[in-house]
Design a protein around this ligand. Structure first.
Ligand SMILES: Cc1cc2nc3c(=O)[nH]c(=O)nc-3n(C[C@H](O)[C@H](O)[C@H](O)COP(=O)(O)OP(=O)(O)OC[C@H]3O[C@@H](n4cnc5c(N)ncnc54)[C@H](O)[C@@H]3O)c2cc1C
Ligand code: FES
Length: 366
């Protein structure tokens, strides 16, 4: 925190309350930003303190939020807003920092063709400002629960999983926890040292690394998730509460195991991105964005991507059907919910365009 922040922040709530009687929020924000750009009457702004590449394509960004930031529960996600060429974009990231510390750390994996992750890797610099939303999400530990845990991470899913691992050990250092971490190769694994130290210093914590390439020792495993592999490193998985975060294929495979056991009440799943079917599977349909008075032909895999490709800027955050930020009315037409698979053509129905695929010509209230 710099000097002007240290002087202004403690007085800010009272100053803001007083000033809001006299001025509107935009004016106040403008005035505050002259003192320090991170100050705001109500918005959660954060300054980038540092950025470090911690594994292949994985960037650790440390942020110092202003006083409107009220923290997170390990496992939750935080909406991050950045301005790219004058347009605000929002994506969600699972914090990896200790929730008791004011500094917030996010790890952003670069996605091939991804708009925001690539921009963050290539353009976000120390000293820049970003905006945050309030932390949300149910992928958290159950209070008072002490049953053994099985934590499974794939790729960037380690962010939410390491947060749960550390939180569970802070709550109860004796808790029995097996953490399995899947990646293509070691270079893609973040936090290896931290994970190994935690496993070595907690008697009942166990770390299993699984790589698709040649393992570098006899303890690590090669290959993708399978029941046989799971039974090997965690024979009592049926009695464990399981948290999985990673690519769709890994999540489905683990979910299948708990389905077979009839133990779906013991598994929690968090997926970061929607698996889009290849373009060629999509037939062109006519989309009518009624409020914008715009019609296009589109074969985009989701209505959100179609709206964006047409130059519209609909609000979105998780882009996974979790947060409802993108919800809008489908005035007419038939769509498929890509998460549940449900097909529906009820007129005037609220849908989430980020997970909706058009199966006919569609009119949206956008
Ligand atoms: C709850 C939650 C927590 C998350 N936590 C993290 C985290 O801790 N770390 C992290 O790195 N990520 C996390 N994510 C994912 C993150 O929010 C972003 O989705 C990710 O950074 C990609 O954003 P992007 O803008 O780069 O990609 P986007 O531009 O949104 O694209 C997403 C993916 O879709 C593909 N795609 C885009 N357009 C098309 C198209 N027309 N046809 C086919 N495919 C297309 C892209 O290639 C890309 O792989 C989380 C997501 C959620 C929902
Ligand atoms: S953007 Fe979150 S539900 Fe669509």
């Amino acid at each position: 925190m710099n000097l002007s922040q240290r002087l202004t922040q403690p007085m800010l709530p009272r100053l803001t309350a007083l000033s809001s009687l006299l001025f509107d929020d935009d004016w106040l924000d403008f005035a505050l930003s002259k003192i320090d750009p991170v100050l705001s009457s109500s918005r959660i702004k954060a300054r980038v303190l540092s950025r470090n590449l911690i594994a292949d394509q994985m960037l650790l960004v440390t942020l110092e939020p202003n006083i409107h930031w009220h923290g997170f529960v390990p496992g939750q996600y935080v909406p991050l807003r950045v301005q790219i060429e004058g347009v605000w974009h929002e994506r969600c990231y699972s914090p990896v920092s200790n929730p008791d510390h004011h500094k917030l750390q996010l790890v952003i994996k670069r996605h091939a063709h991804g708009r925001v992750s690539n921009w963050i890797h290539d353009h976000l610099r120390e000293g820049d400002l970003v905006e945050l939303g309030t932390a949300a999400g149910q992928f958290t530990l159950t209070k008072g629960e002490s049953k053994p845990l099985l934590l499974i991470a794939g790729g960037s899913g380690i962010t939410a999983i390491i947060s749960l691992f550390e939180a569970a050990l802070r709550q109860n250092p004796e808790r029995s926890i097996t953490l399995a971490y899947y990646a293509e190769h070691y270079g893609q694994m973040a936090f290896l040292e931290t994970l190994q130290t935690l496993a070595a210093t907690h008697q009942n914590a166990q770390l299993q690394l699984c790589v698709a390439t040649e393992p570098r020792n006899d303890l690590d495993l090669q290959g993708r998730f399978s029941r046989q592999q799971l039974k090997g490193y965690c024979p009592d998985y049926a009695r464990r509460i399981c948290y999985v975060c990673g690519p769709a294929g890994l999540m489905q495979a683990v979910e299948h195991e708990y389905q077979q056991l009839n133990r779906m009440d013991q598994i929690y799943l968090e997926q970061f991105t929607l698996q889009h079917a290849p373009h060629s599977h999509h037939e062109k349909v006519r989309l009518n964005f009624a409020r914008s008075q715009l019609q296009i032909e589109s074969s985009q895999p989701t209505l959100l991507l179609a709206a964006e490709s047409a130059g519209l800027k609909p609000k979105s955050a998780c882009r996974m059907g979790i947060c409802n930020t993108c919800s809008c009315t489908r005035i007419s037409g038939k769509t498929r919910d890509l998460v549940t698979g449900l097909i529906d053509d009820t007129p005037q129905k609220v849908i989430r365009p980020c997970i909706s695929e058009a199966l006919s010509d569609v009119t949206l209230d956008l």
